[in-house]
Design a protein around this ligand. Structure first.
Ligand code: NAD
Length: 500
């Protein structure tokens, strides 16, 4: 019988006690892992271990996949009308709302993000996603296709079966909901692995699944490490699709494992190195504020972070002054303090990775215009950092840093900046700031990115697709488009008059 973890929070942002089970959630119950492994969960604000959760391995993924297959055949999938699936999802959204403060506290604790961000953007967002796809569950329709008078031809959008889902740590509950909700709406059963860095909120989520009325085995959540539990999901023969959000490096491994096993289709939401282009006719004050939000929101730990800021030369100095002033004013500190904007980076590994990039930028000849250092001795806090004098071939310009580090660069013409902006292996998002509507749309269309923002940055809408061009991914999340990831289209030909 797995143990539980209880934490009493007595902080300015949240006061309350949260208890969660620490086991694996398989077939409707919490169980111990077959091999008995554990993962330490660390509070990045202090570097201290908070608790240890159960770590699943290949054997547990196998049990979960079998439970999911059984549920798919007996109590979910095409056995359950869409309206009923939607009803359970709506109930789950209500339960998530009832526990939103606890979810936010657990995410702030394990991720280090500001409690208010965890509450608002992440968990409110997660609930809204669940509600949105609950509404889709009874609207998964095929088409009737006119061919000839001797045939009735139509398509069905059938569920795939058991789907595997692997998520990262930067927006834990939002990522979880983005994966689970469209898969459930379309009738699939699920084996999901949260990030080993932020597993706590997913465990709280598991406690709500049965209460919402889901049959055992429909949603299985197995914590574990990537190369063991994650790899086992990618290669399991009963898992017929894998959806992944995380780094491009891991995305490659998942695609390879999927190809080598049962050729399961993959959707990948990967990294980015998004350009943010500011022309000299832009509303400067607004452009500065959006650029700050674009790179520093969530401590720079955003796949779509506007980490390459291109500023037209005539306003470069003015922009840099205002941008620097705003970056310097960012409140970095305790995630549970109500005015904190930036908490610690998520882990020691990420902290060291980011500091490594800062060193490499300096060694390559870029100038640290602001920040560049650790804050304090405890936890993984980094100063909001600005590099200037950056060259296109520098590592800090080419690679995803996933931290509070901006590269600010000068440009002169539209053609030149579009070429520089597109000079990347990534293609997740891009921003352009200008008051010239023709130029705004022309540039937005020329940028090689799955999302183009005009006069804003880091915006998502549940009803708009999100995903990458190039090595930023395959497939789209959010909106009606995400439903395509979780259905197989069947073409049905009915002979009503063809005679041989
Ligand atoms: P990561 O690739 O290290 O890990 C992501 C998940 O994959 C974790 O659950 C991890 O355990 C698992 N994993 C690791 N190795 C695996 C393997 N061999 N097989 C299967 N699973 C494995 O990424 P991360 O550090 O958790 O997240 C940061 C990355 O995620 C960044 O690159 C960021 O850009 C990206 N991201 C992308 C989006 C998007 O929508 N495009 C959203 C959020 C984050």
């Amino acid at each position: 019988m797995p143990s539980t973890f209880t934490k009493t929070f007595d902080t300015p942002a949240y006061k309350g006690t949260v208890t969660i089970p620490l086991g694996l959630y398989i077939n409707g119950e919490f169980v111990d892992p077959v091999e008995g492994g554990t993962i330490d969960v660390v509070n990045p604000a202090t570097g201290k271990v908070v608790t240890s959760i159960a770590a699943g391995t290949k054997a547990d993924i196998d049990i979960a996949a079998k439970a999911a297959k059984k549920a798919y055949k007996t109590s979910w999938g095409l056995k359950v009308p869409g309206a009923q699936r939607g009803k359970l999802m709506s109930k789950l959204a209500v339960l998530m709302e009832e526990h939103i403060a606890e979810f936010a506290a657990l995410d702030a604790l394990a991720n280090g993000k500001a409690y208010n961000t965890a509450y608002g953007r992440d968990n409110k967002g997660a609930i809204a996603v669940m509600e949105y796809y609950a509404g889709w569950a009874d609207k998964i329709n095929g088409k009737t296709i006119e061919t000839n008078e001797n045939k009735l031809a139509y398509t069905r959008h059938e569920p795939i079966g058991v789907v595997g889902q692997i998520i990262p740590w930067n927006v834990p509950m939002f990522s979880l909901s983005l994966k689970i909700a469209p898969a459930l709406a379309t009738g699939n059963t699920i084996v999901l692995k949260p990030s080993e860095l932020t597993p706590l909120s997913a465990l709280l989520f598991c406690t709500l699944i049965e209460e919402a009325g889901f049959p055992p085995g429909v949603i299985n959540i197995v914590n574990g490490y990537g190369p063991t539990a994650g790899q086992a999901i990618s290669e399991h023969p009963l898992i017929e699709k894998v959806a992944f959000t995380g780094s491009t490096l891991t995305g490659r491994k998942i695609m390879e494992a999927a190809a080598k096993s049962n050729l399961k289709p993959v959707t990948l939401e990967l990294g980015g190195k998004s350009p943010n282009i500011i022309f000299d006719d832009a509303d400067l004050e607004q452009a500065v504020k959006w650029a700050i939000h674009g790179i520093y929101f969530n401590h720079g730990q955003n796949c779509s972070a506007g980490s390459r800021i291109f500023v037209q030369e005539s306003i470069y100095e003015k922009f840099l002054d205002q941008f620097t002033e705003n970056a310097r004013a960012i409140k970095v500190g305790d995630p549970f303090s109500p005015d904190t904007y930036q908490g610690p980076q998520v882990s020691k590994t990420q902290f060291e990775r980011i500091m490594g990039y800062i060193t490499s930028g300096k060694n390559d000849g870029a100038t640290v215009h602001l920040g560049g250092k650790q804050i304090g001795q405890e936890g993984y806090f980094i100063e909001p950092t600005i590099f200037t004098e950056c060259q296109p071939d520098m590592k800090i310009v080419r690679e995803e840093i996933f931290g509070p580090v901006a590269c600010v660069m000068k440009f002169s013409t539209e053609d030149e900046v579009v070429e520089q902006a597109n000079d990347t292996s990534y293609g997740l998002a891009a921003s352009v700031f200008t008051k010239d509507i023709d130029r705004a749309i022309r540039v937005a269309h020329a940028l090689e990115a799955g999302t183009a923002w005009i006069n804003c940055a880091n915006q998502t809408e549940i009803s708009m697709p999100f995903g990458g061009f190039k090595q930023s991914g395959i497939g789209r999340e959010l909106s009606e488009y995400a439903l395509e990831n979780y259905t197989n289209v069947k073409a049905v030909h009915v002979n009503i008059g063809i005679r041989l």
